[in-house]
Design a protein around this ligand. Structure first.
Ligand code: PMP
Length: 292
């Protein structure tokens, strides 16, 4: 299954109002979203047949679209139901959901005010993104997160991801698993598809302030979990050289879940019990509904 290209899989995809055959979902090469990145998306996980934080993801999709200056032509309720329907139709037990909205083919120039907004939701069976038992290694990207006045930074707009793919490819070429991106001022920002936390020698967590990158849903969950365990979490600007003083590090994201990090550039971290425990607590939170 894994090696089958995504356009050759089977089942249904919700496309502009209804579930249709996977192979019938086609868009024209002259689509504004493809040429000009007028496109926003979400990434959701399914655990035991339930979509974790579905409403928050749908809300963020609408927020992303609005920041990109377009309106999704459905209500959030309709999309929540459509997402559940497609997960049920695809019989997804543990998997991933990808809603995506983009400007169509009615106009093909910078100005695209009259384009139709298309919307698709695809879902597939999917396991863990990284091996969560051993830490992954990251380089530091030469590409930076843009300043907040250069792009709608608090969104999952496709255009933002060209920086992530460039960074990730460069990291992989150098033998790393992922890449740590700095912000436009040189502070630590985030990995290519996940937020980052550090643990200091006193057992406290420190995480960058999300003021030029996504304040992830998983990030917020982990802050809540850690706080409820009595772990102090500080959100602040963090310079790369401060990594010298941190003893632990992990990434958080819908796909990455809680992924321990063993190395960023020349800085080494240990996969300690606190991180393993947070990872376990996150796993029980996401499966809570079905375990009950
Ligand atoms: N940053 C980036 C660039 C991402 O793509 C993601 C994944 N959506 C995150 C952070 C983490 O966000 P979330 O926890 O909401 O998945």
């Amino acid at each position: 299954m894994e090696s089958v290209p995504y356009d050759k899989r089977s089942g249904k995809i919700w496309f502009n109002g209804a579930p249709i055959d996977w192979s019938d979902v086609k868009i024209h090469v002259l689509s504004h979203g493809l040429h000009y990145a007028s496109c926003v998306f979400e990434g959701e996980r399914v655990y035991g047949g339930e979509i974790f934080k579905l409403e928050e993801h749908t809300e963020r999709l609408f927020h992303s679209a609005s920041r990109m200056g377009f309106k999704i032509p459905y209500s959030q309720e309709v999309l929540n139901k459509a997402t559940k329907d497609i997960v049920a139709i695809q019989k997804i037990k543990n998997g991933y959901v990808r809603p995506i909205a983009w400007r169509g083919s009615e106009m093909m120039a910078i100005s695209a005010q009259q384009t139709k907004i298309n919307l698709a939701i695809a879902a597939w069976e999917w396991g863990p993104y990284y091996d969560i038992n051993k830490g992954i290694r990251l380089n530091i990207s030469k590409w930076k997160r843009p300043s907040p006045d250069s792009i709608p930074w608090d969104t999952k707009a496709s255009g933002l991801y060209m920086i992530c793919t460039l960074s990730k490819h460069e990291a992989e070429r150098e033998g790393f698993t992922d890449s740590m991106m700095l912000d436009y001022q040189g502070n630590i920002a985030e990995a290519t598809g996940a937020n980052v936390f550090f643990k200091n020698k006193s057992g406290e967590l420190h995480t960058p302030v999300p003021d030029s990158f996504l304040n992830g849903i998983t990030r917020r969950c982990i802050i809540d979990i850690a706080t409820s365990k009595g772990i102090k979490v500080t959100e602040r600007k963090i310079k790369p050289e401060e990594m010298n003083d941190f003893v632990g590090c992990f990434l958080t994201g819908t796909a990455a879940e809680v992924t321990p990090v063993s190395q960023i550039d020349k800085y080494k971290f240990s996969v300690c019990d606190v991180i393993k425990d947070l990872s376990k607590s996150y796993q029980s939170l996401v499966r809570k509904k079905t375990a009950a």
